[in-house]
Design a binder for this molecule. Structure first.
Ligand code: NA7
Length: 552
């Protein structure tokens, strides 16, 4: 029988013994493996896909790109990697980002630590032994001291909540699970449901192939042109020469992208001055430059509406038919409170005679039929359908694993009224379980690369702290969790975010509790808080003493 690192025999059902199990081999899982290996921990990474990359492995729909500029959306942990890798475009495409992550896996020799095509079904904490038993769908039972969920914020896709998908005679593709061989819609009649980032990025490209495209829109979204372009060598070289300072700026910024912090409120300047600023952000294709244009853009509805109206005026100037332009214009939520998008010719696509928009607010979806899609008004016939309907965001990938902590309490039950965490990293009653970019951390309100590295570094330091002192487990206290949850809500309530029906609020999944799922206090502020917790001997955490197994 194998022995665990604290010298106690592994349970009979264990098929392997590890120090740590990391779930997921995306951006977070790869870096976590790299850090834990350096610490000397025997680490198993379990990945459902056949390759590394996470989000960038699955989301292969046409036009998939990152909305953070490539030079900022990359790891900072290795200066050599920074210098070796050269991004080709301002906003990297999914294939280029995947190539980068594959390069990272090879360069740091990470693949050997990853088990592919395997899904973690459950993880159960044995409080007597202070260890986890992680079960996979291939029958593995891994006895581990630490479990790190690197499962991503947007990885459990959701279909539209209407019946009939199985009756459609053609293919249905979800943008979040795009076929690896690609899809060609040439000569086909295409129906697309969903106008979030995935729909907005893919519709212009798919509509160029299809003979006829119908877009089903429930809520119009704010989007602005990405202004994508090849990166000239001088720009890349300048960043490579300045990476150290740039990274430092990222870590202490609001959204993980260094931009000058606003100093003025929107109505402290004239309308002309405001619009000139919005125009500059629009021309540069930079989301944060509009969202953080003024101190009150995300906190005051009237201030926000100046930015919203600027974007609506752009939609009116691009879309020829005024009625269509109005249908495409968001009016039901402040700009930024649902994830705003970057596009390449999205609004222009609706000027084409073979592209149609169906307003689901006027004529809701009823069902998918054998021939296509039926709304309350009529049936539309298609050869293929695309669901660009998003994800069970933030919590879906965590609650879909049967995770049981102290007393056999399930994480899913624990979060029935919304996610409760300490710092978005730990959950009281689930010792040694860590959630990378978990709910109530900045996560999706930031450049994910920056937040992932910060969490992985912090968790690794905590693990080193425990191992150095021979402490078998650490658990967030109920009180610290309660205070953090209250703080998250308080900061959120000071903004406009709770006023929108968004996936940030859990509103896109029927029955999901409506709470702000990410921390909007800012990346730099949050980092300082985490550093302070560590400096104060991990305040808010309780160290669990060595078990006395002889008493059993
Ligand atoms: P999103 O942003 O959640 O968008 C999903 C879209 O699908 C959105 O327009 C939804 O309308 C629509 N949707 C979802 N369910 C339905 C049903 N049942 N009927 C009609 N329309 C529906 O997902 P994405 O994949 O585009 O982007 C996710 C994130 O990935 C993105 O924000 C970036 O962070 C990267 P709704 O707005 O809910 O009315």
């Amino acid at each position: 029988m194998s022995e665990s690192s604290n010298g106690h025999p592994a349970p009979v059902e264990a098929t392997d013994v590890a120090d740590a199990v990391v779930v997921g081999a995306g951006v977070a899982g790869l870096y976590q493996l790299y850090r834990l290996r350096a610490l000397g921990l025997r680490t198993r990474v379990i990945e459902a896909g056949a390759g590394v990359g996470g989000t960038w492995y699955w989301n292969r729909y046409p036009g998939a790109r990152c909305d953070v500029e490539s030079l900022s959306y990359s790891y900072s942990f290795s200066p050599e990697l920074e210098q070796e890798w050269t991004w080709s475009e301002k906003y990297a495409t999914q294939p280029e980002i995947l190539r980068y992550l594959e390069h990272v896996a090879d360069r740091f020799d990470l693949r050997g630590g990853i088990t592919f095509d395997t899904r973690v079904d459950s993880a159960a904490y044995d409080e007597r032994r202070r260890r986890w038993l992680v079960a996979t769908d291939t029958g593995e039972r891994i006895d581990a001291q630490f479990v790190i969920m690197a499962t991503g914020c947007l990885s459990v896709s959701k279909a539209p909540e209407i019946p009939g998908a199985e009756s459609f005679r053609g293919p249905i593709h979800h943008t979040g699970h795009w076929p690896h061989e690609g899809v060609d819609f040439t000569g086909q009649r295409l129906g697309v449901i969903g106008t979030g980032s995935s729909g907005i990025q893919s519709i212009p490209i798919m509509a160029r192939q299809a003979v006829d495209t119908t877009v089903f829109q429930r809520t119009p979204n704010f989007s602005m042109p990405a202004g994508n372009r090849p990166l000239p060598a001088e720009e890349v070289d300048a960043m490579k020469a300045n990476y150290l300072a740039w990274r430092e700026g990222q870590r202490h910024s609001g959204f993980g992208v260094p931009i000058p912090e606003p100093t003025l409120a929107a109505f402290e300047v004239s309308e002309a001055e405001r619009n000139a600023k919005y125009q500059d952000g629009w021309d540069r294709g930079n989301l944060v430059s509009i969202l953080a244009a003024y101190t009150d853009t995300l906190t005051d509805a009237e201030a926000n509406d100046t930015a919203a109206e600027f974007i609506r005026s752009k939609i009116r100037s691009i879309v020829h038919d005024p009625e269509l332009a109005e249908t495409l214009s968001p009016r039901s939520f402040p700009v930024g409170t649902k994830r705003p998008c970057l596009d390449s010719g999205y609004y222009e696509t609706f000027n084409k005679p073979n592209v149609h928009l169906v307003d689901l607010r006027a004529t809701p979806l009823v069902e998918i039929t054998e021939r296509g899609v039926r709304t309350s008004e009529r049936e539309y016939e298609f050869d293929a359908i695309v669901f660009a309907t998003g994800f069970d965001a933030m919590t879906g990938a965590l609650t879909s694993v049967d995770i049981r902590g102290v007393g056999g309490v399930s994480l899913k039950d624990r979060w029935a009224d919304g996610p409760r965490t300490y710092l978005g990293i730990a959950v009281a009653g689930f010792p040694n379980l860590f959630t990378i970019t978990g709910p109530t951390s900045p996560s999706v309100f930031s450049n994910m690369m920056v937040s992932i590295e910060q969490h992985v570094d912090w968790v690794t330091d905590l693990i080193a702290h425990l191992r150095d002192r021979g402490i078998p487990a650490v658990d967030a206290t109920e009180r610290a969790e309660q205070e953090w949850v209250a703080h998250n809500i308080e900061v959120g309530d000071g903004t406009l975010y709770p006023t929108a029906e968004s996936w940030y609020m859990g509103s896109n999944v029927p029955g999901k509790p409506r709470v702000l799922m990410a921390y909007i206090g800012g990346v730099g502020v949050y980092r300082d808080k985490c550093d302070e917790v560590a400096a104060n001997g991990y305040e808010g955490f309780a160290f669990v003493p060595e078990p006395n197994l002889t008493r059993a």
